[in-house]
Design a protein around this ligand. Structure first.
Ligand SMILES: Cc1cc2nc3c(=O)[nH]c(=O)nc-3n(C[C@H](O)[C@H](O)[C@H](O)COP(=O)(O)O)c2cc1C
Length: 337
């Protein structure tokens, strides 16, 4: 099993990636995920315009989560103005970015209406101009993440990928859906295999990888050089690390005990409070705690617990609610009264 990739002349890196996810893969999430193995963790997309303005919350989003020299810090930039993206890329490198990824796949209307994200796939000339400029002026590998195309009648990933490869990208990630599909239907791994046949730079397959088995299946179908995991890591921040460690050792990591999961949830909660402040951190924590609980397969339906949790603003109470909910489930699971 292939376990690493090489971007240009830089050193080898793991071929397992946590996908950039806006509002999810923030600094606290990446720190938590980095405790499990050495997968690459990409920060949520950063709007180039906002980074240039030194917008405080944007700078917070782009904070480096690791000092481990063997793990690259990857910042994903969003934009459409080549000079703006270049400026943002320079700031990112000054802030420690080892790789700059350009977002050409975001389907969100507020992004595509500004003609960025997946819209760039409809403007191949501009996409090439952006990459050529970055490759010329920025001294770290430039990578791109895109979809198959805008819609089923406009699937242009292979042609655009080849042009971007000639422009100097060091790696391409493809989410196997069109922009029009958003997250509907299945990711088309067979199409990703066709892209692989046409490219020389490392290709990372993305879409619907939810487990070690799916990661193996995806690599076997696509023959891609690596895989990227997105939504499956919500509430399972250890999943990319488990997949990476399986690729490296062929040994499947044992399940986390309820106690270990409790510790992860509390660590994550504390980090959100200290990073964003109590009020904002508490609000942000709610979606993460809901994801943790919904993935736990607790015997007791978490709906009621989650709706109570959403009303709670006092961190002391939140901590004790999480503890008693998990203890309750553990006792039922162990058949204790
Ligand atoms: C909440 C959310 C936020 C996302 N934000 C980004 C982003 O900032 N940049 C990006 O390239 N893709 C973004 N994506 C897309 C993911 O990176 C990934 O391509 C997609 O979820 C498919 O992979 P999956 O099936 O493993 O989830 C986002 C997806 C979700 C669900």
């Amino acid at each position: 099993m292939k376990t690493s990739i090489k971007l240009g002349s830089s050193k080898n890196i793991s071929n397992v990636f946590l996908a950039p996810m806006s509002g999810v893969t923030d600094y606290p999430f990446r720190v938590i995920a980095s405790k499990f193995g050495n997968p690459n963790l990409i920060c949520e997309m950063i709007a180039s315009k906002e980074l240039i303005k030194q917008d405080k919350s944007t700078i917070l989003r782009a904070k480096k989560h690791t000092n481990n020299k063997d793990i690259p810090f990857i910042i994903q930039l969003l934009g459409r103005d080549p000079n703006e993206i270049l400026e943002a890329a320079k700031i990112s490198v000054d802030n420690g970015a080892d790789i700059i990824d350009i977002n050409m796949g975001c389907p969100a209307k507020k992004v595509t209406s500004g003609a960025a994200g997946a819209s760039l796939m409809r403007e191949p000339g501009l996409a090439v101009e952006i990459i050529e400029l970055l490759v010329k002026k920025i001294n770290v590998p430039i990578t791109v993440k895109m979809r198959l195309g805008w819609d089923k009648n406009n699937i242009n990933v292979i042609q655009l990928a080849k042009e971007l490869e000639s422009s100097g990208i060091s790696m391409l990630t493809v989410h196997g859906r069109t922009r029009d599909q958003f997250y509907n239907g299945n990711a088309d791994w067979n199409y990703i295999a066709k892209i692989k046949d046409s490219l020389n730079v490392p290709l990372i397959a993305n879409g619907d990888i939810t487990s070690i088995d799916k990661a193996i299946e995806c690599l076997s179908i696509t023959k891609a050089d690596g895989i990227m995991i997105g939504r499956a890591a919500l509430g399972l921040p250890w999943l990319p690390g488990q997949v990476q460690s399986y690729f490296d050792t062929n040994i499947e990591a044992s399940y986390l005990s309820l106690n270990s999961i409790y510790k992860v949830i509390i660590d994550h909660y504390e980090m959100l409070l200290s990073y964003y402040g109590n009020e904002r951190g508490n609000k942000i924590s709610r979606k993460h705690i809901s994801w943790y609980m919904s993935k736990l397969n607790t015997i007791h339906d978490p709906k009621e617990f989650i709706s109570e949790l959403f009303k709670q603003t006092n961190p002391v109470k939140v901590r004790s609610m999480i503890k008693s909910y998990l203890t309750y489930n553990k006792r039922i699971a162990l058949n204790e009264s």
